[in-house]
Design a protein around this ligand. Structure first.
Ligand SMILES: CC(C)(COP(=O)(O)OP(=O)(O)OC[C@H]1O[C@@H](n2cnc3c(N)ncnc32)[C@H](O)[C@@H]1OP(=O)(O)O)[C@@H](O)C(=O)NCCC(=O)NCCS
Length: 193
């Protein structure tokens, strides 16, 4: 564990096998984040881009800097209900354990991008990401979205996206990144199998 000045707390390591099996069978609730959840959203997001998961989630340096410097008021206002973006939290009891955001694409009509996929190390491998993906798909459809896009590199996420009906579109190998980034798409006009 390492101290992180942005979170003012220890950042947990995230590696395969970290999942604590004793937590299995816990009741996971997926909910839409609102302004009142801003601190948990901020903590989860910063943990995801500064901790061990940064290899998969950290944005390019200029965007990372902007995100780290974001004021609390901005974290809060991003959660105000709006037509082109929403954030989902997974909770076990009162604890926020996973997060996902969805943002409407600016240059492609009726397409949405799912972003920010993160589950706290202790709660992994219990199907939480899958639930967070599926909840976003449901909400995107409700908002009239016709396509969902994910650009991801973690093999677990790629597998989960595929099992939620995403299909591999193109491989984008980003220079300097350890893992290849894959673009996956899901056609939301097709009936669910
Ligand atoms: C990727 C991540 C979100 C997955 O979250 P999760 O809630 O643990 O995933 P799920 O439990 O929904 O995954 C279920 C599936 O993945 C498999 N899986 C999950 N963790 C695994 C692991 N550590 N090793 C191998 N397989 C794993 C499960 O076996 C299961 O597959 P199955 O349905 O065929 O049995 C989580 O590991 C994470 O936050 N990682 C760091 C951040 C990150 O990489 N985000 C994605 C950016 S591309």
């Amino acid at each position: 564990m390492k101290e992180n000045k942005f979170l003012n707390k220890k950042v947990e390591a995230s590696k395969p096998g970290d999942a604590d099996k004793s937590q299995e069978g816990l009741d996971v609730k997926i909910e839409m984040a609102t302004e009142k959840d801003w601190q948990e959203v901020k903590d989860l997001r910063l943990e995801s881009i500064l901790g061990e998961s940064a290899q998969f989630l950290a944005p390019p340096p200029d965007m990372l800097k902007a995100e780290l410097e974001k004021r609390d008021q901005e974290w809060q206002s991003e959660l105000t209900p709006r037509e082109d973006m929403f954030t989902v939290l997974a909770r076990i009891g009162n604890e926020a354990v996973g997060i996902g955001r969805a943002i409407k694409e600016k240059d492609e009509k009726d397409a949405w991008r799912i972003r920010w996929m993160y589950v706290k190390p202790k709660f992994r491998n219990k199907g939480i990401q899958k639930k967070v993906i599926d909840a976003r798909i449901k909400e995107i459809k409700k908002r009239g979205g016709k396509k969902a896009i994910a650009i991801i590199s973690n093999p677990i996420s790629i597998q989960n996206a595929k099992s939620s009906g995403f299909k591999l579109s193109i491989l984008e190998k980003i220079k300097g990144k350890k893992h290849g980034f894959y673009r996956l798409e899901k056609d939301l006009t097709e009936p669910e199998k």
